[in-house]
Design a protein around this ligand. Structure first.
Ligand SMILES: Nc1ncnc2c1ncn2[C@@H]1O[C@H](COP(=O)(O)OP(=O)(O)OP(=O)(O)O)[C@@H](O)[C@H]1O
Ligand SMILES: [Mg+2]
Length: 417
């Protein structure tokens, strides 16, 4: 294998750190990492990297990157963490490296700025406004009609996102949202936008020199109350007319946002007017979608990202990739009650479901189960394969339905009057 020389700087570790590290090693590319101290435990021994800089002061990251660059010139950047895209853009500016311009990173990362940009560019979107009070929320809904969605402009995991069907739902919506955000330590700046009706999808794209390629289309399934994603299945194979319409929309969208290279994951609703964006991010999707893509399509998206950062062209091989070898799906377990976990049940029965290839728990005897409220409370998942993505989803869901948890519940701390 020809080795690609170079020195890639990874900004933030994120969910894909191990995949990135393996891809860098396969390519024989030198690497360094800048991250926060809480990521240090995940880093492999430092000998895997040239330099590791670890500080909570992200302002200091820019100088640290320049220092690394002086010692061993950095030739490419990888960042797969939404909240670090802007920092990465600043590092790229300082080092004179190709990356999304600051303006692009900041616009994509802010759901309100993204909507404003799309509106200016004439790309299909929904009416949206920033809201600071419940009066703002009511006034917006009266203008565009119910239902609406209220959500933080910058957050993830559906934290603080709420669907409001009428004026009775407004009371407390911003306070509850801010409480959820406390979990994610994001700043409580909220927006409202029109609720879109229709099936929801997420799309993995890879861009190069301003050209965009759709790698995978995924159907997503959400909990109607919390809007948290509970399942994903792929690949969705569209009739030609719809496929062309989707590709044209994504090209318009990514061009308007100024994306010219790298991965993007875009969530959208297929409304009566056609595909319409919920949000787009400058990374590969989370929720194991990357591994579903690899399983079904044989494409390792993280490897593609790392190759591009190392200076290789990646779009020709993606365009020539063979057809899907199977369909794959993941389904997450939600438990309505929480407590101390005594035992996890049904794992073997779940594994016995036709097509199921993996069943995993994130809780074990002795740990605490939280009643399902947000995405971090999904306590187990099943992955299944089948010739068709909907059958794969059905199998994964059937497997999850066979799971159970034995918990012991303590009495509430009593309040006496
Ligand atoms: N305008 C909308 N119309 C319909 N559904 C919406 C809208 N906005 C958000 N949703 C629903 O709420 C979910 C969460 O919203 P959004 O993706 O904006 O937040 P998030 O915090 O980034 O969530 P996640 O990280 O789970 O994607 C979406 O996946 C979708 O199901
Ligand atoms: Mg989302």
């Amino acid at each position: 294998m020809t080795q690609t020389p170079g020195h890639v700087l990874l900004v933030g570790t994120g969910a894909y750190y191990d995949n990135v590290r393996r891809a860098l090693q396969r390519l024989g590319v030198a690497s360094s990492v800048i991250c926060v101290p809480s990521s240090l435990a995940r880093l492999r021994p430092q000998r895997d990297h040239q330099f590791v800089v670890c500080t909570p002061d992200k302002e200091a990251w820019i100088d640290a990157a320049a220092e690394i660059d002086r010692s061993l010139p950095v030739t490419g950047l990888v960042c797969l963490v939404d909240s670090l895209m802007v920092h990465t853009a600043r590092i790229a500016e300082r080092l004179g490296l190709p990356w999304h311009p600051l303006e692009v990173a900041a616009t994509v990362h802010d759901k309100y700025r993204m909507r404003a940009r799309l509106q200016d560019a004439g790309v299909r979107s929904v009416p949206a406004t920033q809201v600071e009070s419940e009066d703002d929320v009511r006034a917006f809904a009266e203008r565009v009609g119910w239902p609406i969605v209220v959500k933080p402009v910058r957050a993830t995991g559906s934290l603080g996102v709420a669907r409001l069907d009428g004026p009775d739902d407004v009371a407390g919506v911003l306070d509850r949202g801010a409480q959820h955000l406390h979990v994610a330590a994001a700043e409580p700046v909220f927006m409202a936008e029109r609720f879109m009706t229709g099936p929801q999808f997420s799309v993995e794209t890879m861009s190069e020199d301003g050209a965009h390629h759709v790698v995978a289309l995924t159907k997503k399934y959400s909990d109607p109350g919390t809007l948290v994603e509970v399942g994903h299945s792929l690949p969705v194979v569209l009739p030609d007319v719809e496929r062309v319409s989707l590709e044209a929309y994504l090209t318009e969208l990514l061009d308007a946002l100024g994306v010219r290279f790298g991965p993007t994951c875009t969530e959208l609703v297929w409304t009566d007017d056609g595909p319409t964006v919920i949000e787009s991010q400058l990374r590969v999707s989370g929720d194991e979608i990357q591994s579903l893509v690899e399983r079904a399509l044989g494409v390792d998206l993280i490897d593609v990202v790392v190759r591009q950062a190392a200076g290789q062209r990646v779009l020709p091989a993606l365009r020539d990739a063979p057809a899907a070898r199977t369909a794959a799906a993941i389904w997450y377990a939600r438990f309505p009650a929480g407590g101390d976990v005594l035992d996890v049940l049904g794992t073997d029965e779940a594994r016995a479901v036709d097509g199921v290839v993996d069943v995993r728990w994130t809780v074990e005897p002795g740990s605490t189960l939280r009643a399902f409220e947000h995405y971090g409370d999904r306590s187990a998942h099943a992955v299944a394969v089948a010739p068709d993505h909907e059958d794969a989803a059905r199998s994964a869901r059937t497997a999850v339905d066979r799971l159970g948890v034995a918990i012991s519940v303590r009495p509430q701390t009593a309040t006496y009057v």
